[in-house]
Design a protein around this ligand. Structure first.
Ligand code: HGY
Ligand code: MN
Ligand code: MN
Ligand code: MN
Length: 417
């Protein structure tokens, strides 16, 4: 029985309750709304999600990569699966909407289908991908990498500051890392991946639009850089006899910003967001600085060009200061172009729900990984003031509900196509 897509409406009270309940399962000792992957608060969020998925009649399981998956069987088991997903981990001091609205949208869409008595042709998977944000292991999109076979043995052995391996962390969350290779999802198994996400930027709000159909998603190159000098006494070491790693970082950091700002202002963004200074004492000349840098662009050649130029400049500065600098790749995700057919599918259904426009994503997503095995489609809803990764992150309930309604329509239209 086909379901007229326009009849599917989210229950906004239920959606508000879910948003409030899940967003409050956080580490209250931290600023903002913090639910870091592989922590007790993340586990509690998972337990809460498992209950909601079970109540919605989904078959609930944790896959080899520790992703939480709720499955609603379709009428035709020979068809590949449609997947709706996102993530429920946050950055430190993050907001209440980044990621979770995509997972809650999936659960609410299942309830809408149940209430309308709709029987889809395709099986539907609702997924909470593990650790989409850069984890304490230095790797982001852990679960979606694992699902598509992009989590290497080397990555699984990386350790967090407490010395735990990513392999151990995935197992503790119910995954089975040794089974990863045998559980890689293939293109034949997945028909379509859809994700609802906050824009995390100002464009929708500034143009008065409620829905954004994503045209492309940036790729991200992330590196860990170490600058080594010589720790020494801050009082007895003359200025011309120092090998100051932090002073070296200041010059190298400026060079990075200048490269990204001057040469590639509109097409690339570069950020140094995490830094460690050893021994980090007021009366010791810093001997070692370690920092994480990332470069993002829709054009991966630009990412590579910036990296190459930055590496050369860093070695030149280090040599001048008799320091050493080394670069270790942390992770790479490829830039994604959304297939035309999926953009058209979304652009056909969305304007009926709310004012809509097309735009690229400057944020990375699990969709970057899923794109290696399926056509992906992403829908954005506005971020107030364009703010995200910040406790002030905000999206109106009506905007979230419009995103849920449009995603449900697109999914039903696709299912019947
Ligand atoms: O960093 C990002 O782009 C995303 O919010 N994880
Ligand atoms: Mn994020
Ligand atoms: Mn996100
Ligand atoms: Mn995402």
């Amino acid at each position: 029985m086909s379901t007229p897509p326009h009849t599917l409406k989210p229950n906004t009270d239920r959606l508000a309750e879910d948003l409030k309940a899940l967003s409050q399962i956080v580490d209250t000792t931290k600023a903002g709304w913090t639910r870091r992957s592989f922590t007790e608060w993340y586990d509690r969020g998972r337990d809460w999600l498992k209950q909601r998925m079970a109540e919605a009649g989904l078959e609930v399981r944790v896959d080899a990569a520790s992703n939480l998956i709720g499955t609603r069987q379709g009428a035709d088991p020979t068809l590949p699966t449609i997947m709706i997903g996102s993530h429920t981990d946050t950055v430190n001091g993050g907001g209440r909407f980044d990621g979770i609205i995509g997972v809650l949208a999936g659960i609410e869409i299942v309830r809408m289908l149940n209430e309308s008595g709709a029987q889809l042709r395709h099986t539907l998977d609702i997924v909470d991908f593990t650790a989409e944000e850069p984890s304490e292991f230095g790797i982001s999109t852990v679960g979606s990498r694992g699902m598509v076979g992009n989590l290497s043995a080397e990555m699984l052995e990386r350790t967090d500051p407490a010395g735990r391996t990513l392999r151990e962390a995935i197992s503790a969350l119910g995954g089975s890392p040794d089974e990863l290779d045998r559980n890689i999802r293939t293109a034949a198994e997945l028909a379509l991946y859809l994700e609802l996400h906050i824009e995390q930027g100002p464009v929708l709000e500034q143009t008065g639009k409620t829905l954004g159909v994503v045209t492309g998603i940036v790729g991200i190159h992330r590196y860990r850089v170490s600058i080594a000098g010589q720790p020494n006494h801050a009082g007895t070491t003359p200025m011309n006899m120092r090998f100051d790693a932090l002073a070296g970082f200041c010059e190298i950091g400026q060079a990075f910003e200048r490269l990204c700002r001057e040469k590639y202002l509109t097409d690339v963004v570069g950020t140094i967001g995490r830094i460690r200074n050893d021994p980090n004492a007021s009366n010791v000349i810093p001997g070692l600085v370690e920092f994480d840098m990332e470069i993002r662009s829709l054009d991966m050649n630009l990412c590579q060009a910036i990296y190459d130029a930055f590496e050369r400049e860093s070695h030149r500065i280090a040599e001048d200061r008799e320091l050493t600098v080394s670069f270790e790749p942390l992770s790479k995700s490829e830039a994604i172009e959304v297939p035309r057919g999926i953009r058209r599918l979304l652009m056909d259904v969305c304007p009926d729900v709310a004012p809509t426009m097309e735009l690229p994503s400057g944020a990375g997503h699990d969709a970057n990984q899923l794109a290696s095995i399926a056509p992906i489609g992403m829908l954005f809803v506005p971020s107030k003031g364009g703010i995200s990764h910040n406790p002030e992150e905000w999206t109106d309930l009506a905007q979230v509900a419009a995103g849920v309604e449009a995603l449900a329509r697109a999914m039903v239209v696709y299912d019947e196509s």
